[in-house]
Design a protein around this ligand. Structure first.
Ligand code: UD1
Length: 417
């Protein structure tokens, strides 16, 4: 077990460099089994979720190796269509393998996926979408078994714009017969990134980033090299860190157009933001309350930044209501923030926050990935010493998190206990 020891209260100054987007890389890795030629993902972050996905690829018979920060995947000898339960339970994105494994082998067997415990997280839209493409699905004993000779294009309307379901259907349809139209598709930038990657492999996907995605099936895909988009959630985490600690931070390899909802809120609370090309500069002195933060699908305020934004609201002047619309139980960071002196009441999917002048140090536990990041930000902004335990949650999505914070002046170190 590892934990952070943090001495809080220091402003942040300097620069941080943002990794490639976790939520782009994971579906890209799933997509790599769609070809028997080599795929190279540049700037691939070695976060735990990626390493788990690499293990899943290994189980399927793919050869993978890191060359510097590029991940090389050779799926020529992939032969296995079963994803073992231990790995599937490690991360939610194992479910993306369903679409691509079906497309490659005509069958797939996978245990129900795990991932952050932030709500029910059903996969009914994934399964009904795949059924519409002609996939036969049986579920028994916690496993999902899929078979299809070749997927057949269909017109699919999603009940809600699920990121994962949109991506899974694209992956299953890309080498199928005919045309698939996905309506009410999720619009997240990572879906456009998947489209761009697939098209570089020879696919014909269009419309990603809008509510209607069109996939024209092609017979074969070839190898490709690709650099995924920067991680908007990691960039957002550091911007919120600077807003909480004060100081001036230059966040490099960050696309402001993918962070519009957060930047709007940060400007509203009186942070100075300057965005140019792939850099975002922030300076923060005084923080007014953001009043209302309501998560919604892209381009709305991202649920993955709700926990850091909640931590920020704790030390803003005035009251804030945070409404979590996507996941049912995504407030596990709140009891930990209370230990640090925050004033928060949770009712259902809403958190009512009355800002306090400062948080104080405490021993807190990361309950999930983004909640863990939020508590780390609270600790570096708080007065006094804190520990943040259960870092394996944070390691799922951030590389060198504490080194990057330390580089900007935070007093944080990791110890093994
Ligand atoms: C993805 C992101 C995750 C982010 C989330 C919402 C990845 C690897 N993960 O997760 O970081 O928090 O988008 O932006 O990209 N739903 C159903 N049935 C389904 C699927 C989803 O009801 O079959 C519901 C979910 O319960 C949730 C909503 O749809 O309320 C959105 O979930 P979804 O977009 O699917 O999230 P993920 O793809 O799991």
């Amino acid at each position: 077990m590892e934990k952070y020891i943090v001495k809080g209260g220091r402003p942040l100054y300097g620069e941080v460099n943002i990794q490639s987007a976790k939520n782009s890389v994971l579906p890209l890795l799933a997509a790599s089994v769609l070809t028997d030629e080599k795929v190279i993902i540049h700037r691939c972050p070695r976060i735990a979720d990626v390493l788990n996905m690499v293990q899943i690829l290994g189980e399927l018979g793919c050869k993978t190796s890191f060359q510097g920060d590029s991940l090389v995947i050779d799926s020529a000898d992939a032969a296995n269509h079963e994803i073992p339960s231990a790995l599937a339970k490690e991360l939610r994105s194992s479910v993306f393998m369903l679409g691509s494994v079906i497309a490659r082998f005509g069958r797939a067997r996978i245990a129900y996926p795990g991932g952050c415990d932030i709500g029910l997280r059903p996969i009914d839209l994934h399964l009904s979408g795949l059924r519409r493409l002609g996939v036969q699905i049986t579920e028994d004993g916690g496993y999902i078994d899929c078979t299809v000779e070749k997927t057949v294009g269909a017109d699919i309307l999603l009940d809600c714009p699920s990121v994962g379901a949109t991506e899974n259907i694209i992956l299953a349809a890309v080498k199928g017969k005919g045309r698939t139209v996905i309506r009410n598709a999720a619009k997240e930038p990572e879906i456009a990134d998947l489209q761009n990657f697939l098209n570089r492999m020879g696919a014909k996907v269009s419309g990603a980033g809008s509510a209607t995605v069109i996939v024209e099936g092609v017979g074969k895909l070839h190898g490709a090299e690709y650099t995924p988009i920067p991680d908007r959630i990691e960039a957002g985490t550091f911007l919120i860190a600077a807003a909480m600690c004060g100081g001036e931070l230059l966040v490099k390899n960050a696309l402001s157009e993918n962070l519009a909802a957060l930047l709007h809120k940060l400007r509203e609370i009186s942070c100075k933001i300057h965005a140019e090309n792939d850099k975002i500069y922030i300076s923060s002195k005084r923080r007014l309350s953001p009043k209302l933060i309501e998560t919604s699908p892209y381009p709305g305020f991202p649920t993955d930044l709700q926990a850091p934004a909640t931590a920020l609201a704790c030390i803003c002047e005035g009251s804030t209501v945070v409404v979590e619309n996507l996941f049912e139980t995504r407030f596990k960071h709140v009891p930990e923030l209370l230990r640090m002196g925050a004033d928060i009441t949770v009712r259902g999917r809403s958190a009512f926050i009355r800002g306090v002048p400062a948080l104080h140090g405490a021993d807190v536990y990361a309950g999930d990935l983004r909640g863990g990041a939020a508590l780390t930000l609270a600790a570096i902004a708080a007065e006094g010493e804190s520990t943040v335990s259960d870092l394996y949650h944070i390691d799922r999505g951030y590389t060198d998190f504490e080194q990057k914070l330390r580089g900007a002046g935070a007093d944080i170190r990791r110890i093994r206990v």
